[in-house]
Design a protein around this ligand. Structure first.
Ligand code: NAG
Ligand code: NAG
Ligand code: NAG
Ligand code: NAG
Length: 500
């Protein structure tokens, strides 16, 4: 069931895409550059539903531009924060189940807030390219609404946060570029890619559309013109969880298990699992305040996978989601993190750096290893990872993650597993590397530590052998004491390497 549905979705998504060029080439808006049209409410087709904490999943009261009485009738709070939720393209023409979840989470975090859901379902259920082109009109509707609420509602747009998913992210961007004053923030939740990857800034989400624009990219698989989520950075901070192309827990096998457990009730979530993960990551940030995920700036996901980007210096790290630090860097920055498959998504990131000594000139690729981390609070055992390369007298850096909060790291264990090609000849040869120490950097605490072989100067990491223990180095502790006594840090940074 999972495969046909996924295919259906993908087929639908790309239906007529080849005829979609008209978006990029649409003529200038007939409204010209006058701003008078902004006060013309008669053409507005989108609806603005003010939700309530009591009934978060239903449209009970609409704010209608031009009808000032609706502000009172719907109990719009002029001094509270306002969130505006904007859906994306839809097959069914109905709200998807995430809307109620996001609205509920927003109220849970900010009980006194206004939460508005933009209903553009009719325009959103056309062929994808048609709906994509409609983002311009819906953006204009929303801009008119916001200008109206600002003037008639005496409301400052500096209290307004737009959250747009997929095509809704571009609606938010277009709307934000048209208001008289800038809105405070736009969060783009996996902004749609098709027809927007190469579009000009004014017809898509871009950093100029709000005082702060943050973006989550969760389903950017494939070539840029085929990717469901936009691949390029379009905000001040662009976060690519798990590399941004695909999300853990979203493979078909997992989808089947989910159907077995919940039936087809959450089909929309299953089919668009990676795309929609952007929303659930944001919901997670609202609900799990003590488990905020950290993202780290990095030039490429391959570099991040080596653990080389866990620095927080000069705003290099940030909190994913609601609590994000609003850093408006000149160049948009790509940030990365790993997550769990399910909420809460937070994991802790560690860089391990190891020099592998050997008398023999040996090299291995794709080697399975296991790492166990022991800390002051807890331990994370048997974390499996595959090291792309191991060779004699070379230093390798790799990323280890765990969802367990172990506290301060006290001990590291390392084991080199047999891989599938392991043979008895290998056993007989007894391949091994000697390791003197393991350097560890913890992303979440920024702590840097060195661990040394527990027994003797060197520890032998034998292929297919046992775990080898590494304990907090005396040298490490001594140098810390030295640094404290002399009031300076060690000047030499052992974390810098030529691969940095
Ligand atoms: C539009 O802008 C141009 C110059 O940018 C100006 O000459 C023209 O009068 C403007 N039109 C309106 C309707 O404001
Ligand atoms: C608008 O808001 C400001 C500050 O919140 C307040 O001083 C002013 O009286 C309000 N005006 C109206 C017409 O409500
Ligand atoms: C690795 O370095 C050690 C000295 O640290 C040396 O004895 C050994 O021959 C080197 N191994 C290879 C394969 O070059
Ligand atoms: C190690 O072996 C590789 C080929 O397996 C060779 O290219 C390289 O020069 C050797 N290095 C040393 C130090 O012997």
């Amino acid at each position: 069931m999972g495969r046909p549905s996924t295919l259906l979705f993908v087929v639908l998504f790309y239906a007529l895409e080849t005829r979609a060029d008209f978006i990029a080439t649409t003529e200038e808006t007939p409204l010209g550059n006058s701003t008078e049209w902004l006060a013309d409410y008669t053409s507005i087709e989108s609806k603005f539903s003010l939700r309530s904490p009591e009934v978060p999943d239903d449209d009970l009261c609409y704010l209608v531009p031009g009808q000032i009485n609706t502000i009172e009738e719907c109990n719009f709070k002029r001094t509270s924060k306002t969130f505006v939720v904007i859906h994306g393209w839809t097959v069914t023409g109905l709200y998807e189940s995430w809307i109620a979840k996001l609205v509920t989470a927003l109220f849970e975090r900010e009980p006194s807030a206004n939460v508005i859901v933009v209903d553009w379902l009719y325009r959103a259920q056309q062929h994808y390219p048609t709906s994509a082109a409609y983002t311009k009109l819906v953006g204009q509707d929303l801009a008119k609404f916001m200008n109206w609420i600002e003037v008639e509602g005496n409301y400052t747009l500096n209290n307004l946060h737009l959250l747009g998913y997929s095509l809704g992210a571009h609606v938010a961007g277009i709307a934000g570029s048209l208001t008289n004053n800038k809105v405070s923030r736009i969060t783009g939740l996996d902004p749609a890619g098709p027809n927007f990857e190469y579009a000009e800034e004014k017809v898509r989400l871009s950093p100029d559309d709000a005082n702060f624009v943050d973006v989550l990219h969760t389903y950017t698989r494939g070539s840029p013109d085929r990717s469901i989520g936009i691949q390029k950075p379009v905000g001040h901070v662009d976060i690519y969880p798990n590399g941004g192309s695909f999300q853990p827990g979203c493979d078909l096998h997992k989808a089947m298990l989910m159907i077995a457990a919940n039936g087809f009730a959450e089909m929309d979530q299953i089919v668009k699992c990676s795309h929609e993960r952007s929303i659930h990551l944001f919901i997670d940030s609202l609900l799990n305040e003590e488990k905020q995920s950290m993202a780290y700036r990095c030039n490429a996901k391959e570099t991040f996978e080596k653990g080389l980007c866990l620095s927080c210096r000069k705003n290099r790290c940030n909190t994913l989601g609601y609590e994000i630090n609003k850093v408006r860097s000149k160049r948009s920055s790509r940030m990365y993190l790993k997550t769990r498959e399910v909420m809460p998504y937070k994991v802790f990131h560690y860089q391990l750096k190891v020099h592998f000594f050997s008398q023999e000139n040996i090299t291995f690729t794709d080697q399975p290893v296991q790492v166990s981390l022991y800390g002051t609070h807890d331990e994370a055992q048997n974390i499996a990872l595959v090291l792309p390369k191991l060779s004699a007298n070379k230093t390798f850096s790799f990323l280890v993650t765990t969802d367990i909060n172990i506290g301060d790291l006290l001990m590291v264990k390392l084991m080199w597993e047999k891989d599938s090609y392991f043979s008895w000849t290998d056993w007989w040869k007894g391949y091994k590397f000697n390791i003197r120490k393991i350097r560890v950097k913890a992303g979440e605490t920024q702590a840097k530590m060195t661990f040394s072989a527990k027994d003797g100067e060197m520890a032998a990491l034998v292929r297919g052998g046992e775990f080898v223990d590494f304990v907090k180095s005396k040298e490490d502790q001594a140098s810390k004491r030295h640094a404290r006594r002399h009031g300076h840090r060690r000047s030499k940074n052992p974390w810098k390497s030529n691969s940095d």
